[in-house]
Design a protein. Structure first.
Ligand SMILES: Nc1ncnc2c1ncn2[C@@H]1O[C@H](COP(=O)(O)OP(=O)(O)O)[C@@H](O)[C@H]1O
Ligand SMILES: [Mg+2]
Lengths: 223, 235
């Protein structure tokens, strides 16, 4: 559906240099790599919020894209109002039900009238993820969406992501530090090192029998 | 010296207590001017500040620099400028606005709008940086993102309004020149204070200053109660 070939430099330093990376609908991609390897940069460029040098080619047209940055953000209003941002008045009623259901799924239903600024880090992450799922996306880009969540919350969030995936069959690109999460969710793994694709392939193979030393080391450290 | 100050406090409360008609008139004119000046400055300044706060274009820093420099406009200079524009022979002389409350408002709006715009930009720019990727990632359009950035700064906007009002009520240089301190017409608290000082009536001048501060205090009490209410409602 989309193919990306870009480089990104900050000053003299190249932080991302990838070419011919493809993402297809109906697949889930885990982007992994150590801190500073360029995961967030790749996600942001794919989402179109920062520019790189190169091109992003869409097979047909630009897909409906949802993007959750690594630092999740709560808008200064109630949780429900956060969920309804960008809804037209016409769709409000239906959207409200959907918002309620999603908040429940993330265990935020009770707090829906609270100001979202009062949420904890993990709760803010849940809200950001739930909010993104208000839209039917063809490409969903999630930058460490569960990094601040506890184990139970991660399980719930992953289930919701999978339900969303089964329902809409989008391409999902999920940045994660956790090989276990990659194993649970992803069809494919892209392992970045210093901005380059060090290894990629089907999740099963790559995670079970990594070819590169760096990936082997990463997997042994990250469990 | 200290007895002068105590005398001023006594005089201030006596004046307020006795329901002095001249004082009431001056306070009313002052409020008429301040409410208009501060509101118009907000209506013009907030959109300008917000726009500069969320726009990213070459030369933006120069615009911010100019805006911040205009925040330091000397009141007397604005007064002279407006005087020249609106006096009989000036380009807007035909409007006949010289020595009117309207013209005092115009001068103050010129003076205060850059401050409002500057404060707004300073608040909105970092708020925008913090939320733009999230908002863009949700597919929101630019106008909506700009409004959301302003929404993130609503408490600072309340503070900005209070500052605009305080600047207006305490300002004397511009209103003296374009208003002329005419009794029953354009006399406001600050010009009355200046007049009494010139006539050597220090304690009366100071008493008026105290009343002015009490008005500002009252406004701040109302505003912080509103803020607390807003916070509470936002749970
Ligand atoms: N705005 C920026 N200015 C300068 N350097 C940046 C900027 N954003 C990211 N970087 C650098 O680019 C590298 C890759 O960052 P990032 O993609 O966020 O890594 P990660 O894989 O941890 O998500 C890091 O070394 C980071 O310091
Ligand atoms: Mg990152």
């Amino acid at each position: 559906m989309v193919e990306i070939s870009v480089t990104k430099k900050y000053g003299e330093r190249t932080v991302l240099d990838v070419s011919g990376l493809r993402f297809e609908r109906g697949r889930i991609y885990a982007v992994m790599g150590s801190n500073g390897s360029g995961k967030s940069t790749l996600a942001a460029i794919l989402a179109g919020v920062i520019k790189g040098n190169g091109e992003i080619i869409y097979d047909v047209k630009k897909p409906v894209t949802g993007y959750m940055p690594q630092k999740s953000f709560a808008f200064d209003m109630s949780l429900t109002a956060n969920m309804l941002l960008g809804r037209s008045l016409r769709e409000r009623k239906e959207a409200k039900n959907k918002a309620m259901r999603l908040l429940e799924e993330f265990g935020l239903g009770e707090m829906r009238r609270k100001n979202a600024k009062k949420l904890s880090g993990g709760e803010t992450e849940k809200l950001a993820l739930a909010r993104l799922m208000m839209d039917d996306c063809e490409l969903l880009i999630l930058d460490e969406p569960t990094a601040a969540m506890d184990v139970n919350a991660v399980e719930r969030a992953e289930k919701t992501i999978m339900d969303y995936f089964e329902r809409l069959r989008p391409a999902i690109v999920i940045v994660t530090h956790s090989p276990a999460q990659a194993r649970r969710l992803a069809d494919e793994v892209i392992f970045l090192d210093e901005g380059r694709v060090e290894e990629k392939g089907s999740a099963e193979e790559v995670l079970a029998t990594p070819r590169s030393d760096k990936l082997r080391k990463f997997l042994s450290v990250n469990g | 010296m200290w007895s002068n100050v105590t005398a001023a406090f006594e005089k201030a409360f006596a004046l307020m207590g006795e329901g002095n008609t001249l004082l009431n008139e001056i306070v009313a004119t002052t409020m008429e001017m301040c409410v208009q000046s501060s509101l118009y400055a907000m209506i013009i300044g907030v959109p300008i500040g917000a726009l500069v706060g969320v726009a990213r274009f070459p030369g933006r820093r120069a615009v911010v620099l100019i805006m911040r420099t205009l925040m330091g406009l000397p009141a007397v200079a604005v007064g002279i400028l407006v005087y020249l524009l609106f006096s009989g022979t000036g380009p807007f002389g035909k409007l006949g606005l010289m020595y009117s409350v309207e013209l005092m408002v115009i001068a103050q709006v010129i003076l205060i709008t850059p401050v409002v715009a500057g404060f707004t930009e300073t608040a909105v720019a970092p708020a925008y940086d913090a939320m733009r990727d999230t908002a863009a990632g949700m597919g929101l359009n630019k106008a909506k993102i700009a409004l959301l950035a302003v929404n993130e700064t609503k408490y600072q906007l309340v503070a900005t309004y209070l500052f605009a009002f305080s600047r207006s009520i305490a300002e004397v240089g511009a209103v003296q020149i374009v208003g002329g301190n005419i009794l029953h017409k354009t006399r406001v608290m600050t010009t009355a204070i200046a007049l009494n000082y010139n006539m050597g009536q220090f304690s009366l001048a100071l008493a008026l200053g105290i009343i002015l501060m009490l008005i500002v205090l009252g406004l701040n009490v109302v505003a912080s109660a509103l803020q607390a209410g807003l916070k509470k409602r936002n749970g």
